[in-house]
Design a protein around this ligand. Structure first.
Ligand code: XIL
Length: 313
C-alpha cells in the first residue's frame, strides 16, 4: 500500500532546489535542473528587498528570472517569500504605524508579488521564520525584531489568498520544525490561529518544515504530517540541508541515510508534495562548503545522499 501510494504521487511530487540568476557555473545548473531536480525556488530573488526596492514599486526581474529558468526545463516553481523580518528593503522598517503596515504596506506588496508571478506558482511562503530560535523570543539575535504582531500575518495571508492561483499552497515556513521540537507545536498553533482569524478554506493552507537544525526521525516527521493532515493542512520540506563535520565517507553515508528518511517521510505522507534542498552543491551552500551540507560536492559530483535520493524518486 505504501508503494502504491508513492507511485500514485509521482507527477504531483515536486523535488527541487534553490537557484539565483547570478549563480556561478550556469552549465552545471542547466544540467542538474534538466535531469535531477524538477522544481525550483529562488534563493534570494523573490525576497522583499529584491521585489520592492522602492516603496510601491514592484520589481520582479530576479524572481521572474528564476521562474523562467524553471520553465526552460519544464520544471515547477515555488515562491519564497512575501513576508520576512530579514532581507527587507532599506525603506522598511520605517516609521510606519501598525495600521499602515496592515492596511497598505503588506497588502500592496503581497498582491504585487503574488499576482505578478502568476497562478502556476505551486506554493508561496507567505510568512517566513517569524518564530526565531525559541517560541518566545522577539528578536533574531542580532537585535532585528521578529514579526510578532499576528495582525501582520493575517493581513499577509488574506491578501495572498485573494491573489494566488486556485491550486497554490499558502505557507508558514520555519526552521527547526518537523518533529517533536517545541517550535513545531508553536508553528501549528500559529496555523490554527490563521485558520480561526481568516476566511481561507482549510485545504488552501500549508505548513512548511525547514530542516536546518537537528534531525528528526522518520516517525516523528510522520506524526507531525498526520497532525497537519487532520487540520486539513499540507506539509513540505522547504530548506533541507544536512551539515556534516568532516567530508569523510562514514559521515557522508550517515548524511545519505538522514536524507532518505526525510524524503521517505514526505513521500509516504498523503499531504506532502514539495521537497526542496537549500542549495544544490556544497561550494555554493549558504552553510559554507566545509559543512558539506548538500547532495553534490564542490566539483558538482553526486555524493552518496544524491544516489540515496535518486533511488527513491
Ligand atoms: C539565505 C540565502 O541562502 C543566502 O544566499 C542569503 O545571503 C541569506 O538567506 N532561511 C531562509 C532562507 O528562509 O531565505 C535563507 O536563505 C536561509 C535561511
Amino acid at each position: 500500500t505504501v508503494l502504491a501510494a508513492v507511485t500514485a504521487k509521482k507527477g504531483t511530487f515536486h523535488f527541487g532546489s534553490t537557484y539565483d540568476t547570478f549563480d556561478a557555473d550556469q552549465s552545471w545548473f542547466d544540467g542538474v535542473f534538466s535531469t535531477f531536480y524538477r522544481h525550483v525556488v529562488a534563493e534570494n530573488g523573490c525576497k522583499w528587498d529584491a521585489t520592492e526596492p522602492s516603496q510601491g514599486v514592484s520589481s520582479l526581474t530576479e524572481c521572474v528570472g528564476a521562474q523562467s529558468f524553471a520553465n526552460q526545463f519544464g520544471n515547477t516553481f515555488r515562491g519564497h517569500n512575501t513576508f520576512w523580518h530579514s532581507q527587507t528593503p532599506s525603506w522598511l522598517p520605517g516609521s510606519f504605524s501598525a495600521s499602515q503596515v496592515v492596511g497598505t504596506i503588506i497588502p500592496q506588496h503581497v498582491q504585487a508579488e503574488i499576482q505578478g508571478m502568476g497562478a502556476s506558482v505551486t506554493s508561496w511562503d507567505v510568512v517566513n521564520e517569524n518564530k526565531g530560535d525559541w517560541p518566545t523570543v522577539t528578536s533574531d539575535g542580532s537585535g532585528v525584531p521578529l514579526v510578532t504582531d499576528l495582525s501582520f500575518i493575517f493581513a499577509a495571508f488574506k491578501t495572498a489568498f485573494q491573489f494566488a492561483g486556485a491550486n497554490t499552497r499558502l505557507a508558514v515556513n520555519d526552521y527547526n520544525t518537523g518533529g517533536a521540537e517545541a517550535k513545531t507545536a508553536c508553528v501549528i498553533n500559529l496555523i490554527k490561529s490563521i485558520q480561526a482569524n481568516t476566511t481561507i478554506p482549510f485545504n488552501r493552507r500549508s505548513h512548511l518544515t525547514a530542516s536546518t537544525g537537528g534531525f528528526d526521525s522518520k516517525s516523528a516527521l510522520a506524526s507531525t504530517f498526520s497532525t497537519l493532515s487532520a487540520l486539513g493542512v499540507s506539509a513540505m520540506i522547504t530548506e533541507m540541508d544536512i551539515e556534516v563535520n568532516a567530508n569523510t565517507t562514514p559521515n557522508l553515508r550517515y548524511q545519505a541515510a538522514i536524507w532518505g528518511d526525510y524524503l521517505d517521510a514526505c513521500l509516504f505522507a498523503s499531504n506532502c508534495f514539495e521537497f526542496i534542498n537549500w542549495d544544490p552543491r556544497d561550494d555554493l551552500s549558504w552553510r559554507g562548503s566545509a559543512a558539506a551540507a548538500t547532495l553534490f560536492d564542490t566539483n558538482g559530483n553526486p555524493k552518496p545522499a544524491a544516489y540515496e535520493v535518486a533511488a527513491r524518486l
